[in-house]
Design a protein. Structure first.
Length: 97
């Protein structure tokens, strides 16, 4: 049986660099970390961590819905710069309330 096999992975360059830095801080290479992941997966007969899709709570869902509605509101105020937004926020104009 061969002592090693080659795997080619496509990873975003920033993710690769961050992973190299993280695992390097533990004295590991990315290859070492992948081997740990694969061995743990085999030992647990699945992922070695919980994989979940978090559902936002009711308050967050309402905020998301409100933001989506504002995106499609033709009467919503828009700003082209932070300075313009800041000036509007600091103005004494009560028409917004």
């Amino acid at each position: 049986m061969p002592r090693s096999a080659v795997m080619n992975l496509r990873i975003e360059p920033e993710i690769k660099a961050d992973a190299e830095e993280l695992f390097g801080s533990f004295g590991l290479t990315v290859t070492d970390a992948v081997n740990v992941f694969l061995r743990q997966s085999l030992m647990r007969n699945g992922f070695p961590f919980e994989i979940v899709r978090h559902k936002p709570n009711a308050v967050t869902q309402a905020a998301i819905l409100e933001a989506e509605q504002l995106l499609h509101d033709p009467n919503a105020k828009t700003f082209t710069s932070m300075e313009e937004l800041r000036a509007d926020l600091l103005s004494d104009d009560d028409d917004d309330i």
